[in-house]
Design a protein around this ligand. Structure first.
Ligand code: XMP
Length: 324
């Protein structure tokens, strides 16, 4: 029968055989998927051959870049480039409010930064590893069934460079037969820390698809602070592990509020928390009202630009998990 140990043995052997003496490049997103791929590569291959690249897009969550650095160093990574590309991403996104346009810009810039900042640093013809999951293939319409549709373009599946590597037969996707919960089991099997393995999924385009409308540095800062409070409270209240994915969304509207005796217009923040098996369908997490009210107060008390907090009570379908 099928076992995770068997799966790991099989993918490790197949990676070793395919890669031979070539280097492997893995783009790290900071999420559980690419961290598990990093762990698989570092255990299957000579770590000297494994090049990890993390692009800080300026669209990451609070403290994320440092957390990523620590977890990869703990896995024994020796070649880890952290590229600070925040200015480039934010500049490219200026004034862009169409969600698919944002994804396209971010995807293209990922590839550009990758070309300019890393490719020349790796000697020889390298393989590209990816944390693609079974569900990514379904949702991008690559894989499965005649009725597969492109629901959202996941930039991590369709960049030209990745296509070129795919056509050259130099792509490694060790998770492409796994669902998210299986990726977590694999992560535990290879000794990843629970804080990495248990982490909620985070989309490649990052906060750009959680700031509805045009993205700027200030909105990133506001959302980052609010999201960090939400997530920290979920940990503190021991709710984090009951929830499959939770995050805050900054809406492109301001609503009226009152501070002292003055009317003030503040941002509206939506909180999203869902339970799911694989992200394909999702149910709303049924918070105790008390938790929601307390979290809402904490956010509006600490992030002065936010005047109102709402809770998204839509399941998937018909809504998607992300708002864009
Ligand atoms: P949706 O919003 O389509 O999300 O219900 C399903 C899962 O996919 C994640 N997601 C993305 N991940 N690039 C990614 O790497 C993307 O463009 C993207 N869009 C959505 C989402 O966070 C959820 O876990």
């Amino acid at each position: 029968g099928w076992s995770m140990e068997g799966y790991l043995e099989e993918v490790s052997a197949s990676i070793k055989k395919r890669v031979g003496d070539h280097p492997v490049l893995l783009l790290i997103s900071g999420g559980v998927d690419s961290s598990v791929v990093a762990g698989v590569l570092l255990s299957a291959l000579d770590p000297e051959k494994v090049h990890l690249m993390y692009i800080d897009t300026g669209l990451m969550r609070k403290g994320e870049t440092e957390a990523v650095r620590k977890s990869l160093e703990a896995l024994g990574a020796t070649h880890l480039s952290i590229i600070d590309a925040g200015d480039r991403f934010l500049h490219a996104l200026e004034g862009v409010d169409d969600p698919e346009e944002k994804r396209r810009i971010i995807g293209d810039l990922f590839v550009e930064v990758q070309k300019s900042d890393i490719v020349g640093k790796i000697d020889g013809d390298y393989f590209l590893a990816q944390g693609t999951l079974y569900t990514d293939l379904i949702e991008s319409g690559k894989g499965v069934g005649k009725n597969a549709k492109v629901i959202k373009s996941h930039h991590n599946v369709r960049s030209p460079l990745i296509e070129a590597k795919r056509n050259a037969g130099m792509i490694i996707e060790p998770l492409d037969r796994l669902y998210k919960d299986e990726v977590r089991r694999l992560g535990r099997l290879i000794g990843l820390s629970e804080s990495v393995v248990g982490r909620h999924p985070f989309p490649g385009p990052g906060l750009a698809v959680r700031i509805l409308g045009a993205v700027d540095r200030e909105k990133c800062r506001i959302l980052r602070e609010a999201d960090a409070i939400f997530i920290e409270e979920l940990h503190r209240r021991k709710l984090y592990d009951e929830i499959w994915q939770a995050f805050a969304v900054l809406l492109p509207i301001k609503s009226v509020g009152v501070t002292g005796d003055a009317r003030r217009y503040g941002y509206v923040l939506a909180l999203r928390a869902i339970v799911s098996h694989d992200g394909m369908t999702a149910d709303v997490y049924p918070f105790d009202t008390k938790d929601l009210l307390e979290i809402s107060s904490l956010i509006t008390n600490s992030v002065s630009e936010i005047g109102r907090v709402v809770y998204d009570v839509s399941s998937k379908p018909p809504a998607t998990i992300e708002w864009e």
